[in-house]
Design a protein around this ligand. Structure first.
Ligand code: HEM
Ligand SMILES: *[C@@H]1O[C@H](CO)[C@@H](O)[C@H](O)[C@H]1NC(C)=O
Ligand SMILES: *[C@@H]1O[C@H](CO)[C@@H](O)[C@H](O)[C@H]1NC(C)=O
Ligand SMILES: *[C@@H]1O[C@H](CO)[C@@H](O)[C@H](O)[C@H]1NC(C)=O
Length: 334
């Protein structure tokens, strides 16, 4: 009787230990980690790096385009590769992406190399996350350890893209609230805006500043006047808005802090860029002083940028058994 009672206690204890281990393992599984594919795809990082390198070799701008794709993925329904889906009412045709988002063929090429090495285990959204990091590094920015283990979603959300992604015509308070909606604070707003140290923007995204800004009959007074003249020539009123200007006139392909130096001299390209220093709200928050710090301290910017990228890459990931590992990044598995 005594023996069976003590073995009952023993059994209960074992059961408890097993339950705790089980609970712990499911917690661990639900988190992103740097070694997620260590067993299942040990060469993943090498494969992605090589593919991004190839893409950039044929077109340097691709670094910027891949970085932006990751941002536009994560801000809409979390990082779930929703932007990659080819659907008639998908995110690709949302205002911020149509005739604008690019790099989809490069993601296809990376996915295909990854599938050849380790079939069916690496998500498209993780590939996008690694490609964004590599794009920054290959453009001269700091590296960071990429957290992995996101899974791909089943839906795209065009409305989510239209309302959730910041617009170059937004006021600073709207931009701050769009970042806050996905758990990012004003430090993240300023640091991540520094991504505009590389890449291009179409006239359509800034030409409102050039001729009759807010009914003033002239260009935006916060825009440097010789830069305004250049841009007026690039983007005449009669043009289709498809010409492009570099976001950082100082060093278009280099990932550095020149974006912030430009803002100090009225050389931010988008209205949303220049507002980080010219708006009243930038003055009354830590935003303006952060722009000043980044403009004079490149290491601080590069370190903060890396931190904010890790935060952005952690927006509402699908983990564990949620979502799926897409075979083709453009379509959900049947
Ligand atoms: C703060 C709010 C932001 C606004 C309003 C904004 C807006 C824009 C616009 C209008 C363009 C040009 C698009 C076109 O020509 O069609 C652009 C380009 C770009 N954006 Fe942003 N953006 C913001 C934040 C970010 C963030 C957080 C990142 C990444 C971390 C980013 C990365 C880029 C890059 C790299 C390009 C150049 C893309 C290329 O050359 O293909 N942007 N952005
Ligand atoms: C799409 O995004 C909107 C805005 O973020 C959200 O309210 C809605 O639930 C999303 N829809 C789907 C199907 O995820
Ligand atoms: C934003 O969040 C980071 C941590 O993710 C923190 O270090 C930073 O101080 C925060 N910035 C503000 C202005 O609260
Ligand atoms: C701008 O270029 C895109 C293709 O990238 C084209 O579909 C669009 O019609 C062009 N816009 C205008 C106004 O011509």
């Amino acid at each position: 009787m005594k023996r069976s009672f003590s073995s009952f206690i023993h059994l209960r204890r074992c059961f408890l230990v097993v339950m705790i281990l089980f609970a712990l393992s499911s917690v661990v599984k639900a988190q992103l980690s740097t070694d997620f594919y260590q067993q299942t795809c040990p060469n993943l990082l090498k494969i992605v790096r090589t593919e991004v390198q190839n893409a950039i070799k044929s077109e340097m701008r691709m670094a910027a385009s891949l970085l932006r794709l990751h941002f536009h993925d994560c801000f809409v329904n979390g990082c779930d590769a929703s932007i990659l889906l080819d659907l008639p009412d998908g995110e690709k045709s949302a205002f911020p992406n149509v005739n604008s988002a690019r790099g989809f063929e490069v993601i296809d090429a990376i996915k295909s190399s990854v599938e050849s090495a380790c079939s069916g285990v690496v998500s498209c959204t993780d590939i996008l996350t690694i490609a964004a990091r590599d794009s920054v590094v290959l453009s001269g920015g700091n590296s960071w350890k990429v957290l992995l283990g996101r899974r791909d979603g089943f839906v795209a959300n065009q409305t989510g893209a239209n309302v959730g992604l910041p617009s170059p015509f937004d006021t600073l308070d709207v931009i701050i609230s769009k970042f806050a909606n996905v758990g990012l604070n004003v430090t993240d707003v300023v640091a991540l805006s520094g991504a505009h140290t590389i890449g291009l923007a179409r006239c359509a995204t800034f030409s409102n500043r050039l001729f009759n800004f807010q009914g003033t009959g002239g260009p935006d007074s916060t825009l440097d006047s010789s830069m305004a003249t250049d841009l007026q020539n690039l983007c005449p009123v009669t043009s289709d808005g498809n010409n492009t200007a570099v976001l950082d006139r100082n060093s278009r392909d280099l990932f550095d802090n020149h974006y912030f130096q430009n803002l100090l001299t009225g050389k931010g390209l988008l209205s949303s860029d220049q507002l980080l220093i010219s708006s009243d709200l930038a003055d009354t928050t830590s935003i303006k002083s952060l722009v000043q710090s980044y403009s004079s301290n490149s290491n601080l910017f590069l370190a903060d940028f890396a931190n904010s990228m890790i935060k952005m890459g952690s927006i509402s990931p699908l983990t564990g058994s949620a979502g799926e590992i897409r075979k083709n990044c453009r379509v959900v598995n049947s």
